[in-house]
Design a binder for this molecule. Sequence first.
Ligand code: ADP
Length: 319
Amino acid sequence: QVIVVGSYVQDQTWLVERFPQVGETLRAHGFNTGPGGKGFNQAIACTRQGAAVTFIGAIGNDALGGIAQHIAKNENLPCRWQIRNDQPTAAAGITVNARGENQIAISLGANEHLDADFVRAQADIFASARVLLLQMENNLDALAAALDLCTQHGLLRVWNPAPVHADLDLALLRRADIITPNETEFALLLQRFGNTKIDPANLAQQNDATLHALARQLGIATVVITLGAHGSFVSHGENQRGDSDACYRIAPESVHAIDTTGAGDAFSGALVAALVLFRERPFRDAIRHANRVAALSTEIVGAAPAMPNYAAVIARFGE
Ligand code: ADP
């Protein structure tokens, strides 16, 4: 029912008291490695909510690529892998400080060489799916090919514009029905396409009418802005999804955040799962569920491994 076309990255996470300074070698008090990449994280978040997900992505013909396939099997996540001989599997170095903040260096490797033809060759699964979920850690022509298949087969298109691709144009972005930028990505999109310069750090303090007016500049049906520890904000264009309100905020859940890596991925993956699983329930309920999944994901270190399952979300917050 859900197709994620996205990235796989092998995450390597160091836990430190504070970030190292230039030229400094700082001893970490913890390390772990596991699956990551915005696409794969979102696919895991989505599948753990109980949605039927297929992941489409590219890895290298190397040891990390073997790990990727092994992890997907363990997670019962069906994948269509393009295995490239000329590109490495992607890897990321993540440092997390005592406040749960992160710094990340990433090499996207094979993810930037996902062939549009390979995506087109997966048309069979688009024919029976309801929602496509995209991010921006791949080459845009492959993502455009997936969007083309959605037009052909009538899928809802959800796009997490992270990180905002240098070559992105507004016409392509507008092919999404729903986008889910965080504050930084939203500010960047506005600067590029709305000609409005805003400080992402002040965004959560703006009133709803201001945020709604800013979101409407992009001309996308539904804009969902994730506001980190401030929760999230929804802005609908006219006639979207039967919600009575054009815009509203969902308050953050109270959690003990130790690592916010992947919170945005938890949000987008869970949102798509809820849109499929909740069926006729209001869009607002799907956003609330996404907020809960994202909040819980910050209590565990790592990205994909930190995604809570549906039962854990209900046990913590109720139905
Ligand atoms: P990203 O990881 O893309 O930067 P955000 O930081 O905006 O995304 O976080 C995504 C979502 O995760 C938020 O909308 C919120 O629901 C949840 N979240 C993040 N940090 C916290 C926190 N400290 N407390 C509660 N919820 C959080």
